[in-house]
Design a binder for this molecule. Structure first.
Ligand code: BJW
Length: 248
């Protein structure tokens, strides 16, 4: 059965008439492009300890180790292309009057697909932040010539402009994400395990404010019990099908 049969007539008419739509994406959306997810059998956290690589304490202890890991990931992500899931979400921006894309992904693939102003909750792997004055700069050098890299203005060490465990998210970014979830008539939650806060709370926030919530994932998640429909399958296949339903 096509997973889209799980969308009732009510959900489809809501989808077709809605003016305010939002979506939260996670690593699963980039999996079909070749980017590893974090959890699950092939996930990054299966081979690397998050505490050793994605915390401010780890960076303080051994910045070169953390940067080597990011250099490896940047090399892996650099040649990747957006997949049909990214492309469908970029089309949502054109199809709906008001569409906000919120992503936990740091790979930048939504922008490459054409999404204009995604809310990047956890930062971006192609940005660095100067440890002396906080200046954020684009850095696309792969592989990095110097590890750890230095600020081209003042020579101080820079860090990845990424939100690590235990760090607060940028208040302006949280505010955009929360507003989008609160105001959405339809909220999609796609390719995320739904365990990392505060991103995972957006689906419940949308639901409590009256949104119809549609989840797309390969498998049920802790969020599945609070959504209106869980469509099981790859987002690169299901999202283009949803575009066709809306257009049809
Ligand atoms: C497919 C697919 C396909 C595969 N199609 N689907 C409240 C309660 C408990 C703890 C906390 C809390 N509030 C805050 C915390 C602490 C912590 C947290 O949430 N911990 C939990 C893990 C327990 N949160 C934080 O520290 C955050 N900061 C914060 O809240 O500050 C204030 C505060 C601090 C401390 C205490 C209280 C308040 C910051 C979180 C930063 C997360 N950063 C990371 C790493 C960045 C490093 C990097 O990328 O370089 O961000 S963790 C990692 O997980 C990464 C991701 O963005 C994030 C989410 O992962 P995601 O995207 O869901 O990926 P996966 O792999 O988990 O799932 C993939 C899914 O896709 C799976 O479901 C597959 O089935 C599916 N899939 N292929 C569709 N083709």
């Amino acid at each position: 059965m096509s997973e889209l049969k799980k969308l009732t007539g009510d959900i489809i008419s809501r989808l077709k008439s809605a003016k305010r739509i939002a979506a939260l994406t996670g690593a699963g959306v980039s999996a079909e492009s070749g980017a590893p997810t974090f959890r699950g059998e092939e996930g990054l956290w299966n081979n690397y300890r998050a505490e050793d690589l994605a915390t401010p304490e780890a960076f303080e202890r051994d910045p070169a180790l953390v940067w080597r890991w990011y250099d490896w990931r940047r090399n892996l992500i650099a040649p990747l292309k957006p997949n049909p899931g990214h492309n469908a979400l970029a089309m949502f921006e054109k199809m709906f009057e008001n569409f906000t894309l919120v992503t936990q992904n740091v790979d930048g693939l939504h922008r490459v697909a054409g999404s204009e102003n995604p809310v990047e909750m956890h930062g971006n792997i192609w940005l660095t932040r100067c440890l002396r004055d906080g200046t954020v700069k684009e850095n696309r050098e792969t592989p990095l010539k110097e590890i750890p890299p230095r600020c081209s203005d003042c020579g101080a060490m820079v860090r990845p402009h990424i939100v690590w465990f235990g760090e607060s998210l940028d208040p302006a970014v949280i505010s955009r994400a929360f507003k989008a979830a609160q105001g959405a008539e339809v909220f999609f939650v796609i390719g995320t395990s739904g365990v990392v806060q505060p991103a995972a709370s957006l689906a419940g926030l949308a639901k409590n404010n009256g949104a119809t919530v549609i989840e797309i994932n390969l498998e049920p998640t802790p969020l599945s019990y609070q959504v209106d429909a869980t469509l099981l399958g790859p987002s690169g296949r299901i999202l283009p099908e949803i575009v066709s339903v809306i257009k049809g």
